[in-house]
Design a protein around this ligand. Structure first.
Ligand code: SF4
Length: 407
């Protein structure tokens, strides 16, 4: 007799233990300083300098839910080994807290980590907010383990769109980073559909190359070389660029995503003409509202004429990087991941927009009257933001105690 594989139990709504984990979450991530500044209209004046907090910053609804589920899972299954498919979110503080709670990572190098193949029915696995690939999900389902699915609803919406494209015979062209967990999970959605194809474009120059090909102006070899790791296996640009549907990683720069959508639409119009174009092109803006709100808020901050901007968040956080990119087009902008990046009132360690490595910049904090704008990516806890603000105050010789503020 052939044994039936075990099937995992999947939880998608938490365990109703929100109240029980509140104190722990507050202890790890809350900042009274941030709450105080919020209550003062997002402004803090101290001597001759002022801090302006963006209207929207920090934890988004998807991240709050994922972090909450992770803590609830630990509480609900105290005796099980628990693993994350990947970083729960892109923030080092959060991932360290989870490790300290005894949560390991699949395929990671840590002592509590485990290869996915070795997961058993006695384990629990938490799927990160970015979601996971179709093949990985199938494998986990067969393990018979507890599966806690913290995939953000906004990511699931993108998946539905991409699945529809594949079902209807359109190649999903995804504006995103092909290495990012979310984009890898998104493009995998086409794989269950016969002939389903995907292509990831990172920026406008890459989109222009796709447009040229659609218009019959591109070279096949050059195309395949450029996109070799960014397209589905067996991708044939002559066949697979005849019908394209555009989507994007939820955390991209929304203006760039919209522009890329328009570029591809124009290319399809030129190739097939306005009457036939709808049979060859579909588009849907899948930037999530939390990303959009934070991008709108940074522009509002800049219009308020701040002298510089500090952007706080993990260096591998896509949405944090884009906030820095937007700000740096108008004022000096410094992307830091922790308060310790503020080395002194003279030096700051930060990751410049569009670069991989951090650098140390001298003279970041002007003397005299100065307005500092502060924002943070969707995966940055208030505690990290509060610590960074305290460090900035210290750099100007101020202390929370003297200002009557709490930590
Ligand atoms: S940034 Fe958007 S898609 Fe990502 S977790 Fe937050 S709400 Fe969800």
């Amino acid at each position: 007799m052939v044994e039936k594989p075990e099937t995992s139990t999947i939880y998608r709504k938490g365990f109703g233990l929100k109240e029980e984990v509140q104190a722990e979450l507050a202890g790890d991530y809350r900042s009274l300083l941030v709450e105080e500044i919020r209550s003062r209209g997002n402004v803090l004046s101290a001597g001759d300098f002022t801090i302006h907090l963006a209207k929207e910053f920090g934890f988004c609804y998807g991240v709050e839910r994922a972090v909450d589920y992770a803590y609830e899972t630990r509480k609900r299954f105290p005796d099980r080994s628990i693993f994350l498919t990947t970083e729960l979110i892109h923030n080092p503080r959060v991932n360290n807290c989870l490790r300290e709670m005894g949560i390991g990572f699949l395929n990671g190098p840590g002592p509590k980590d485990k290869p996915i193949q070795e997961i058993t029915s006695r384990d629990a696995v938490i799927i990160a907010a970015f979601g996971t690939r179709v093949d990985e999900m199938e494998l986990l389902k067969q393990k018979g383990c507890i599966l806690v699915d913290a995939t953000c609803g906004s990511v699931v919406l993108v998946w539905k769109r991409v699945e529809q494209y594949a079902r209807d015979g359109f190649t999903a062209v995804v504006h995103g980073n092909y290495r990012h967990e979310e984009t890898r999970a998104t493009v995998s959605r086409v794989t269950p559909f016969p002939g389903g194809k995907s292509l990831v474009v990172w920026d406008k120059p890459e989109a222009a190359q796709v447009c040229d090909y659609i218009k019959g102006q591109g070279g096949r070899e050059a195309f395949l070389k450029q996109f070799s790791v960014k397209c589905s296996p067996g991708f044939d640009p002559d066949r697979d660029l005849q019908r394209v549907g555009v989507a994007n990683q939820t955390t991209m720069l929304s203006s760039e995503s919209l522009e890329i959508g328009r570029m591809l639409e124009a290319a399809v119009m030129e190739r097939y003409g306005p009457e036939e174009a709808p049979k060859h092109f579909r588009n849907f803006d899948t930037i999530c509202s939390a990303t959009q709100d934070r991008q709108d808020a940074i522009m509002e901050l800049i219009r308020g004429r701040v002298d510089l901007v500090i952007v706080i968040g993990g260096f591998n956080s896509s949405n944090t990087g884009h906030l820095c990119e937007m700000a740096s087009q108008h004022v000096p902008a410094y992307h830091i991941d922790e308060a310790s990046c503020i080395l002194s009132d003279k030096q700051i360690r930060h990751k410049p927009a569009g670069r991989q490595a951090t650098v140390v910049t001298e003279g970041w904090l002007p003397s005299g009257r100065v307005k500092i704008g502060i924002t943070a990516g969707a995966s940055t806890p208030n505690r990290v933001i509060g610590d960074a603000m305290e460090r900035i105050l210290q750099a100007r010789g101020q202390s929370l105690e003297a200002l009557g503020l709490s930590r």
